[in-house]
Design a protein around this ligand. Sequence first.
Ligand code: AMP
Length: 287
Amino acid sequence: MKVIKTIEEMNAWSNACHAKNNTICFVPTMGNLHTGHLSLVDAAKEIADKVVVSIYVNPTQFGENEDLDKYPRTEKQDLKQLESKNVDVVFMPTSDQMYPKGQNGNSSIDYVDVPDLAAKLEGRSRPEHFRGVATIVKKLFDCVLPDHAIFGEKDYQQLLIVKDMVATQKLNVSIHGGAIVRDKGGLAKSSRNQYLSADERKKASILHQTLIAARRKVQSGNVDFTEIETQSIEFINENGFVVDYFSILDADTLDKPGEDNQVILVAANLGKTRLLDNMRVDAPKKP
Ligand code: AMP
């Protein structure tokens, strides 16, 4: 496994790969890897000849009062895990390379435009977040030159925004979604789960249970989505969370839902930890 730290070397490796007619699948991460990330690596191996994983904690997607400085950095363990998965390249650029003009608060960063759906849900409490995500994904694509890239459905809104960016900018990269990996109780794996106390961790599976219950109601023909949302929010709050949103929406646009193709998305704080989860009502249609 090769560890590459400069854009020039990354570009050169990818160009050499393409010259041999090998395809590349790219898995962007912020490190602190868990089985959710590793499942994307497994999926990437099925998609392309070579797998590149990036580890980069992107400052422009963190708000001022968010946990950029405290974000867990576990390089040694991450590299060990990726080595055991036989990843071809780990790309670990520095911020000087990704943002040569400086980072947050610098008006000369050439941000990527994001669609209206970036202002919804996560975007309401984190207004700059998706602009930062789309910008770093584009920059990383320019470094890695992938044919394919895979993102977790765990961050459902992010996946839609990346797909939109690729379509708008006519990038030649196929975007894939990887299924959510959960722990035994149903809690979606996340680097932020380690902030939960033992007691909170036990409670956290309520999010998944509530999603399943709401999905069952929709599947059984209940079309009063507002009532399902309200009941779900009440139930989660009664269990010690503070819900930010629990919304049943169209799975492609995140607009008002129609009769099918819905997704249910939830964000809630448990103590100081913000947890995200979601569930498609029906299996996504094959393209
Ligand atoms: P992050 O390091 O949090 O930026 O995540 C890197 C990638 O892993 C993103 O595409 C996430 O959506 C994905 N991911 C994070 N948690 C999970 C999970 N529990 N299951 C599947 N994918 C995940």
